[in-house]
Design a protein around this ligand. Structure first.
Ligand code: HEC
Length: 318
């Protein structure tokens, strides 16, 4: 009753005030998990595609998830997984034969779905981090500096919620920037911070040997983001691959070799589909300084992980 009266008064004053009150007095979208056969099928298919690193199956997987989402647009996980398939599509675009300009629509869709997921489940720090990444990239593509700034602060919020995961997530998108820029340097600093948090020490930046910390491995709590898991079976290897690439791009190839070598400490290194890629990087590390600094790389070996066409599969493919 009072809300209705305020609305009448506000509408007499300004249209803007009227809108604000009308929105605030309307219930927000509520989360509601889906367990229908279609939702179960879409989810099962999603994990299979991700764990097989099967980029070519993305159209089919996206179709199923979208159908499940339309059946119940209140499921935070379906919304988030739609965000993930769209961001995967654009991140690994180097796999496309011809990259169409419409590939950029993928980041618009990713931003939209991650925003929905965050609204429905604000506690999931992973959705928060990927929303920040999507906003940053879409701002960059559309030359909207304010959107980039919003994305950056969204990332800072996500880092505060789960630093072991989101220092990586945030710094990873920044690996694409000019290696002399402040943002690139900050992105690399965030990788070091991940290692400090994961080891509970200040890691020696001249000799970042990870062997003393292997006993800390866990699949529980926040620190699980430091190791391999069912969700990200080669997270450990992929993390060190990206960090080695960022150091190489900065010209610090001596430390890059030591960081790359840490990937080999994983118990499942020998089954990692990208181990040869890592070993070629160690061999070509000096030449790669120049290659990684170029804007348009022409092969996976000459591009940083983020632009290599394996930017998601490196950690998620079994
Ligand atoms: C350095 C390794 C790494 C890279 C690269 C990476 N991820 Fe992840 N990803 C992780 C980790 C670690 C988690 C958190 C797992 C957990 O919650 O225990 C995660 C979580 C996820 C999830 C789980 C969401 C859920 O509902 O449980 C999805 C989906 C995902 N990532 C997709 C992607 C996509 C798509 C890309 C590429 C744009 C990507 N990841 C890049 C390591 C990585």
């Amino acid at each position: 009753m009072l809300g209705r009266m305020l609305l009448v008064i506000a509408c007499m004053v300004t249209l803007n005030g009227c809108e604000k009150i009308a929105v605030l007095s309307t219930p927000a979208k509520q989360p509601h998990a889906s367990h229908t056969p279609l939702a179960n099928l879409a989810e099962k298919n999603f994990w299979k595609t991700l764990h097989q690193g099967d980029y070519n199956k993305l159209p089919e997987t996206t179709k199923l998830l979208t159908a499940a989402y339309l059946e119940n647009p209140n499921d935070p996980q379906l919304a988030a997984h739609l965000g993930f398939v769209h961001i995967w599509k654009i991140t690994e675009r180097a796999r496309e034969k011809n990259i169409p300009p419409t590939i950029t629509d993928e980041i618009t869709l990713a931003t939209h779905y991650f925003k929905e997921a965050v609204e429905l489940d604000p506690q999931d720090a992973r959705y928060q981090g990927f929303l920040g990444d999507s906003m940053l990239v879409s701002g960059k593509i559309s030359h909207d500096e304010r959107q980039e700034v919003r994305g950056y602060f969204q990332l800072k919020r996500a880092i505060a919620l789960w630093p072991e995961f989101n220092y990586f997530t945030g710094g990873y998108v920044m690996s694409d920037l000019d290696s002399h820029s402040d943002r690139f340097k900050e992105g690399l600093e965030w990788q070091w911070k991940t290692l400090d948090l994961c080891t509970g020490t200040t890691i020696n930046r001249n000799d970042p040997d990870y062997r003393p910390y292997l006993a800390l491995e866990t699949t529980k709590g926040r620190k699980r983001a430091c190791w391999n898991s069912w969700i990200a079976p080669h997270n450990f290897e992929g993390f060190f691959l990206n960090m080695g690439d960022m150091l190489t791009k900065q010209g610090n190839w001596q430390t890059a070799i030591k960081i790359y070598n840490n990937a080999k400490l994983s118990k499942t290194y020998s089954t990692w589909p990208y181990r040869n890629m890592l070993e070629r990087r160690i061999q070509n590390v000096k030449k790669n300084v120049g290659y990684f600094q170029q804007k348009n790389a022409h092969s996976a070996d000459k591009a940083i992980l983020f632009n290599s066409g394996n930017g998601c599969a490196a950690c998620h493919q079994n």
